[in-house]
Design a protein around this ligand. Structure first.
Ligand code: SAH
Length: 224
């Protein structure tokens, strides 16, 4: 069987992808450099090797997807990640976004509700490059009260509403980036928590994410 290697071909395609993200309006060079350092094809099925650097989402099993690179860049740029920021990510999925946050120097806590996806990451060699990342199997609607508060919270699935527990777990001055809507497309929101516990809201572009579902599941599809 072929093994995952980061060949010149991959590096070349990756650089082109990064240039296309810049052309689409991503300006954070530290972020673009982080993404240029992470072999996206490692996070996908080997069968997708040839198309791994197209700017689109791909299936990762269990009805879920690895987010489109532009979406990863867009959300991460809005989050304004600084080294040592404590970041909570909801929706580990392939762990690609997780690694982008870790490469930016964040201290990452990430939650996945699908047991199969969570388990798969346990034997994923590449992510050991970021040993400080903490992976949790749980329900993102509840966040991680034991490890709160967080400087930043990133939701990588379509939330029908803003989960109150996540607002609770944000530091005053902290930011949350979350795509919100019950319909097919969601509006990207950036919330900033105020010292009195309320938050201000900024609205950005529309995207289409897989749904943020309640509860956790240990198998069959999206059900609980
Ligand atoms: N960041 C991931 C995106 C994966 S898609 C990547 O780029 O690979 C969104 C992920 O959110 C899916 O894996 C899905 O199972 C997960 N998810 C959906 N609802 C969730 C919830 N309530 N808690 C935790 N994870 C959730």
């Amino acid at each position: 069987m072929r093994k995952y290697e980061d060949e010149y071909r991959h590096k070349g395609l990756r650089k082109k992808l990064i240039d296309s993200l810049r052309a689409k309006g991503i300006t954070d060079e530290r972020l673009l450099d982080a993404m240029n350092n992470i072999p996206r094809h490692f996070f996908m099925d080997l069968a997708l090797d040839r198309i791994a650097y197209e700017d689109r989402a791909f299936p990762i099993g269990e009805g879920q997807t690895i987010s489109q690179p532009y979406t990863v860049a867009y959300q991460t740029q809005l989050l304004e990640v600084k080294p040592f920021d404590k970041v909570l990510e909801i929706g580990t999925g392939s762990a690609y976004q997780t690694c982008v946050l870790a490469q930016l120097g964040a201290q990452v806590f990430t939650i996945e509700r699908q047991k199969k996806l969570f388990d798969r990451n346990k034997s994923f060699e590449y992510i050991k490059k970021y040993p400080a990342v903490k992976y949790f199997y749980g329900d993102g609607y509840e966040g991680l009260p034991t490890f709160a508060p967080f400087d930043k919270i990133l939701i990588t699935a379509a939330a029908p509403y803003i989960p109150p527990a996540l607002i609770e777990q944000l530091k005053p001055g902290g930011k949350m980036v979350i795509p919100v809507d019950e319909n097919e497309t969601q509006r990207m929101l950036r919330l900033t928590k105020k010292p009195d516990g309320s938050y201000s809201e900024e609205k950005f572009d529309s995207f289409s994410f897989v749904k943020m579902l309640e509860g956790k599941t240990n198998g069959n599809g999206n059900g609980k």
